[in-house]
Design a protein around this ligand. Structure first.
Ligand SMILES: *Cc1c(COP(=O)(O)O)cnc(C)c1O
Length: 361
């Protein structure tokens, strides 16, 4: 007899990570290209040397460092095993079986997974024709069962960002009993000037999620944080998996905050490359939505899978999403050039359905 598990497990979508293989250029997971700074590597080595000891379950030193860096009291901050764990903990902390979680679609792949795992119900609201959040439709989707709304800004995988006014109007229209998670995993690349932490200061139902995985370059170590009213922070602590933010991650994150200026300076290079890649793609006839993240989106619909395959054969790994589009992470200039060489080839343009007369070659 097979062991009994939940009957609904089969309906939980499996998270699909970006592909990776030796020798290929990986533009599939929104990572930074550089390894840890020397000071961060030292902090990692020092923490690894005492790996026999349990980590501080309250992340006290990291939360103090975040408090100083963000100008937010410590009681407004929680850490998580990556911000994806905080997404899951938010659903667990707000939803009973059958309660509803609203998010835009397509957006971050983890939202449907964490919602189902918690026994809650996904309410996926289609993006606008411009590939951004349809905030009016999301408001209209709120019911008595709505407990949580994810707003991914900038949106993964489309890169689109919300303006401050439309976001504020939305937040003010959401009932105060409904928690809104502003997922700002790509905040450091957003040049639109919208800062969720400013918006959360005066709104007790808004929680901002950020991560050390992207601009801070610690994707392998798994550490993210939430900024919110103490009531939400306390609720997150209730469902937190004990010791899940490990000591190496905590030390590395503190060292990254110490080197913040240098790490954030690197985002300027990524932003410049992002704009260069966007412009080159547009010049070659591609439809490329405006992006505020470290990636660009090609809405290739049912051509996405074949485009991703062809690119992989050309040695560049991208991230195709079903029949919606393909996301391309901005890497180092030579990596972006390798992608652009593929994208502007006649074969790729044909696969993408890009009009031949737009070809600049
Ligand atoms: C990458 C990402 C995260 C979280 O990453 P972690 O590595 O778990 O911190 C969260 N939200 C979005 C939208 C992301 O793209």
């Amino acid at each position: 007899m097979t062991p009994v598990t939940r009957a609904d497990l089969e309906s939980i979508p499996t998270y699909v990570p970006g592909r990776s293989y030796p020798g290929a250029i990986k533009l599939a997971s929104n990572e930074t290209t550089q390894g840890p700074l020397p000071g961060v590597a030292q902090a990692i080595a020092d923490a690894a040397a005492i790996a026999n000891r349990y980590p501080d379950n309250t992340s006290a030193a990291l939360i103090r460092a975040l408090s100083d860096s963000l100008g937010v009291p410590t009681e407004n901050i929680a850490t998580g095993c990556g911000s994806v764990a905080l997404c899951q903990e938010l659903v667990q902390a707000t939803c009973n079986e059958g309660d509803e979680v609203i998010y835009a679609w397509r957006s971050f792949e983890a939202y449907p997974v964490v919602t189902k795992v918690a026994g809650a119900v996904s309410v996926a609201v289609p993006l606008t024709a411009e590939h951004g959040h349809d905030l009016d439709a999301m408001l209209a989707a709120i019911t008595d069962r709505t407990r949580l709304i994810f707003v991914c800004n900038p949106n993964n995988p489309t890169g689109t960002a919300l303006g401050r006014e439309e976001l504020e109007r939305f937040l003010d229209a959401v009932p105060a009993r409904v928690v809104v998670a502003l997922d700002e995993a790509y905040f450091e690349y957003n040049r639109s000037g919208v800062d969720g932490i400013d918006l959360a200061r005066t709104r007790r139902n808004v929680v901002v999620l950020r991560t050390f995985s992207k601009a801070y370059g610690l994707a392998a170590l798994r550490v993210g944080y939430a900024v919110a009213d103490p009531a939400i922070i306390t609720a997150l602590a209730k469902v937190h998996i004990t010791f899940s933010v490990n000591a190496v991650a905590q030390s590395a994150a503190i060292a990254c905050l110490g080197a913040r200026d240098e790490l954030l300076h690197r985002t300027h290079d990524v932003v410049a490359e992002r704009d260069r890649v966007r412009d080159a793609l547009r010049a070659a006839g591609y439809d490329v939505p405006e992006t505020q993240a470290n990636f660009v989106w090609l809405p290739l619909a049912d051509r996405s899978a074949a485009y991703g395959e062809a690119s992989a054969e050309a040695g560049v790994l991208l991230r195709p999403y079903g029949v919606d589009g393909v996301r391309i992470t901005i890497g180092d200039p030579h990596e972006n050039d390798a992608f652009l060489a593929f994208a502007t080839s006649a074969a790729a343009q044909e696969l993408a359905g890009v009009p031949a007369e737009s070809t600049t070659a």
